[in-house]
Design a protein around this ligand. Structure first.
Ligand code: SAM
Length: 436
């Protein structure tokens, strides 16, 4: 067998005459199928996972340079409720060569990059499961996204629970146990495939009914299991009856690496309002002391899945630090001033200098989106620990939000019209109002 490591990139000529590296070497020259128009203009304040903010919206127009008739490429896609979006973290600056990263949920501890959803990875490729709102000509309208405006998108694939969700691979009558791995795995054929509007719930919480081929007796909702639970698991029906966390609670904010970031920040007026006796570490960190993964201990401390089980078991397994992270959701408040700002912005009042929202359909939606973003605490670990009294800014849709964080809460102070319209990475492709 040829040594793959030694085979360098080879060039091949395509039918159109251009020379591209050979696919077989894995050196793929990518060409974005489109650039995302997103309600998030910058990394700051963009949710760490799509499930955090269901009201976040985006539009992707397939480029004519990819297909003469972009609408042809989207034929049939409207029959799916969710799609996988593969994209480039184009605002990373450079490709990352760090083997270990510090996901926010580990509160400063490190783990291997491939066990996280960090944007800082060797090939800077992101993967987001988005809700497909509609297809219109050569454009797809999405919600529940975590990508910024101008993100180059490489591919769209339909989400098919039967293929993409481990519990959907199980035949309910299968004679399986975790111990002997005798269970039968069976993918449902396409002819048996169905449009399942509960896919999102199945993925994120299993709050509703279990899929028919994932019986309560046999299968604990995968997202409710940790490797520790898996380790100790017997096929105990009682285990399947545990209470379900909210989808947002289990949104895995595994990504953003912590560290000093250049952020728009300044000392805030509220910094003086804090008690002088307050410890340098905020309540969040105190809570972290009680958490499953204590600070300073890597994920190596988490119980591990028995070897081979994660790959062969009927349900997916995640480490404890993902499910039981020392980072609690924050309460989100709006000052009366911020409430008024939001009202003005949504009404597009003269004098405010800006039309109302491009992506949100109402002030209520904008409010929910702001709440969702802040509730998940968008700060890096560094900011959480060392710059807690700094103001935090982010832009969502046409709203430029100023807030601050206290012990267990975030408070919105001002909401102003975003001063700069969101720029596309390619000047030729100007942002287009989504008309939602
Ligand atoms: C943690 S990543 C997760 C992305 C995707 N769901 C995944 O798992 O691959 C999401 C974060 O990436 C950052 N981000 C989004 N779009 C980006 C882009 N085009 N370039 C660089 N960073 C981006 C934002 O800060 C966002 O909070």
């Amino acid at each position: 067998m040829r040594d793959l490591k030694e085979s360098g990139p080879r060039a091949t000529a395509t039918p159109c005459g251009c020379v591209k590296p050979a696919l077989e070497t894995g050196n793929l020259l990518t060409e974005p199928i489109g650039y995302l128009e997103s309600c998030f203009s910058a990394k700051n304040g963009t949710p760490r996972q799509p499930s955090i903010c269901s009201h976040s919206r985006a539009c992707l127009r397939i480029r004519k340079s990819i297909f003469n008739n972009p609408e042809h490429s989207l034929m049939g896609l409207e029959q799916f409720s969710h799609v996988w979006i593969l994209f480039v973290f184009h605002k990373n600056g450079h490709l990352s060569c760090k083997a270990k990263v510090q996901p926010p949920r580990l509160n400063g501890a490190k783990t291997g990059v491939f066990s996280t959803r960090s944007p800082h990875r060797p090939n800077a490729i992101g993967l987001t499961l988005a809700k497909l709102e509609r297809v219109e000509g050569g454009a797809v309208y999405l919600s529940g996204i975590d990508m910024i405006h101008g993100t180059p998108v490489l591919d769209i694939k339909p989400y098919i629970a039967d293929y993409d969700s481990p519990q959907n691979l199980i035949e309910s009558s299968g004679d399986f146990t975790l111990q002997n791995n005798q269970h039968k795995l069976k993918t449902v054929s396409q002819s048996e495939g169905k449009t399942d509007n509960c896919d999102w719930q199945q993925l994120s919480g299993c709050k509703e009914s279990q899929p028919s081929h994932c019986t309560r007796e046999k299968c604990k909702c995968p997202e409710h299991r940790t490797s520790g639970e898996n380790n100790a698991e017997s096929d105990d029906a009682a285990n399947t009856q545990q209470s379900s966390p909210e989808p947002r609670e289990i949104a895995a904010e595994l990504g953003e690496e912590s560290g000093p970031r250049v952020a728009q920040e300044q000392s805030g007026p509220h910094s003086q309002e804090k008690s002088p006796s307050e410890e340098p570490e905020d309540g969040r960190l105190k809570r972290g002391e009680e958490a499953v993964v204590p600070e300073g201990h890597g994920p190596e401390m988490s119980p591990k899945a028995p070897s081979g089980v994660a790959g062969a078991a009927h349900c997916s397994v995640v480490p404890a630090w993902v499910r039981e992270a020392p980072v609690a959701n924050l309460e989100v408040r709006f000052t009366p001033h911020a409430e008024m700002d939001l009202e003005h912005l949504s009404s597009g009042e003269p004098g405010v200098g800006q039309a109302s929202f491009k992506y949100f359909q109402s002030a209520e939606e904008a409010r929910h989106a702001i709440e969702a973003v802040l509730s998940a605490d968008p700060r890096s670990v560094y900011r959480r620990k060392l710059c807690q009294d700094r103001l935090f800014y982010f832009t969502v849709d046409t709203a430029h939000v100023t807030c601050w964080f206290g012990d267990g809460f975030a408070e919105v102070l001002r909401i102003k019209p975003a001063s700069e319209p969101v720029q596309m990475s390619k000047p030729a492709e100007s942002p287009v109002s989504l008309g939602l």
